[in-house]
Design a binder for this molecule. Structure first.
Ligand code: NI
Length: 189
């Protein structure tokens, strides 16, 4: 087990398309996922994709902690989920705005439009196939992490760069200003 070094925006490993995993049950893949988990736990992150730790393979790891979905009625926390060769299907046209950060874009947060509902699937490191539906923050995390596998970072998904901020500056009112526009479901219209 090891805490891995995170690649930052601009590094070529974050700009390319990651390769599919040939053997989901390979010991190297299990070791990679274990190290990614240790890395995420060390920095209390919600998700990580293998290219962020300099491994250009289609592997993502995430969890949805209960305290991140308190504003979403009916949303359930999701435990650690490692997916190899994940596929995301966007469901419907509904989009919502939400704040995102990324370990590869340290110290910055931005408001990003994402599809509200997705279906996603993939293979676990145990070789099991997973298929799920997700909404809200859960759907956002899946879209964010899978974007990494195609060389896409959240700032390139932003449609309003006036809502891009250093995390430490959000306390001056930008976060409140955006949050005040939320509807009852927690979406920002
Ligand atoms: Ni990220």
């Amino acid at each position: 087990m090891a805490i891995l070094k995170i690649a930052r925006m601009g590094h070529p490993v974050l700009r390319g398309r990651a390769e599919a995993v040939d053997d989901p049950c390979a010991p190297e893949i299990r070791a990679l996922v274990a190290d990614m988990m240790e890395t995420l736990e060390d920095i209390c992150g919600a998700g990580l994709a293998a290219p962020q730790v300099h491994v250009p393979l289609r592997v993502v790891l995430f969890r949805i902690p209960a305290d991140r979905i308190t504003e979403e009625p009916g949303a359930k926390p999701v435990g650690w989920t490692a997916l190899l060769n994940p596929v995301v299907e966007l469901v419907g046209d509904e989009m919502e705005l939400g704040w995102e950060g990324c370990l590869s874009v340290p110290g910055l947060r931005g408001v990003v439009p994402r599809h509200t509902h997705v279906r996603y699937g993939g293979i676990t490191p145990e070789g099991k196939e997973i298929s799920r539906e997700a909404s809200g923050f859960h759907a956002r995390v899946v879209q964010h992490e899978c974007d990494h596998l195609n060389g896409v970072l959240f700032p390139t998904r932003m449609t309003d760069l006036s809502l891009f901020s250093f995390t430490g500056e959000l306390r001056h009112g930008l976060a409140d200003e955006v949050n005040a526009r939320r509807d009852t479901a927690g979406r920002i219209p």
